[in-house]
Design a protein around this ligand. Sequence first.
Ligand code: AMP
Length: 438
Amino acid sequence: MTSFDELGLIAPIMRVLEAESYVTPTPIQSRAIPRLLAGRDLLGIAQTGTGKTAAFGLPLLQKLRTDMRTVKARATRALILAPTRELALQIDTSLRSYGRGLKLRHCVIFGGVNQNRQVQELAKGVDILVATPGRLLDLISQRHLRLDEVEIFVVDEADRMLDMGFIRDVRRIVALLPKERQSMLFSATMPDDIVKLVGDMLKQPERIEIAPQSRPAERIEQRVLFTEGRQKRGILISLLRNPEVKRAIVFTKTKYGANKVAETLEKAGLCAEAIHGNKSQNARQRALARFRSGEAPILVATDIAARGIDIDEITHVINFELPNEAESYVHRIGRTARAGASGIAISLVDDSERGLLRQVERITKQRIPVVPAPEGVAEKMPEPRRERSHARPPQTAAERPSQSPAERGPRREGRRRPRRKSRTGHPHGKAPVMGTSR
Ligand code: AMP
């Protein structure tokens, strides 16, 4: 294991690390920092939480500091692009903190607010500019900003840029940069468009891939609920009506799916917000604020849109659909059980998703207990139409002949068959699937 002493960082930065109580570099830091200090380009395949801000931020600060020079009016020496206002602010705050005492000029710009203060800050030139792509291009077209002095260029969360429709803006920005520069790109996933951007933007980059965490926190109680695809919505409503759900994130695979699910929940009288890349920055901000304040206790989100959301007291994560990449499962359910709390993660799995479930169980090296649908749900939903009639179609997949490891797994959470008719009180009030099993 390396220590920060071995990475070639200058004394003022080492003092900051000490003050921040950063004792050991994270894997991406120990690998990226020496290479970036040596002037290499970098492709970092890593998610938030890996320490990537310091990984690119510390060498960036050091390079600007050791080669101090006056910046021209309206110019910047380092440019960091981030997809959202929240991330831009977060990066700016971290860089100001890591660079305290270095006497570098920082500025952060993003849309949705009046531009006057940003224009003023840029007027004399800055050392480090963190920006969202739209406002950046806006200020360039108004001649408040020029990019011909950029020495270091960073694109953070490139896949999210793509998801939010910013990739063309990023390309336009790249075209305005000097050819001689150091560039870095970070992305958690590598869709084709990002691979292409990397090819156009980076020169023989050092590639560092940090595998996402593969073991979920032990405090998260995981469950699988086998169901027909068409019953998922009814089951979801029933699960979310449980009073134990104080704050929940529901994950869908697609943006379209997120909207649909949020609409269904609203119709059922549940207060839900959807966030995904097709929504405007302001709409996303509003949705998040309502979720954070508890006004809308349910957030329906796609993987990429939910990245970076750090909200405590999320009691439940529900996978309306399993993600295509098993690693995303770990990431999703890690939204609950934060700050020492415990949490419950339930995945609704239909026949087409059994393979995905097997992958999740393989990478997490655990079997996820199977639970039945909340009481009353199966009978309330229309019977699935079948090609051949069965004497009695199974009510839940937990009752079907077992195939997947999950189904063969322990069923200590109850193989109780859902009652055929619930006549007593609220049918979903005490569904065992939502509470803790103890
Ligand atoms: P990031 O992935 O850059 O968003 O960083 C995730 C969190 O880890 C931030 O709260 C950082 O302050 C923290 N962090 C980054 N590097 C280290 C380190 N070497 N030791 C301890 N904490 C760190």
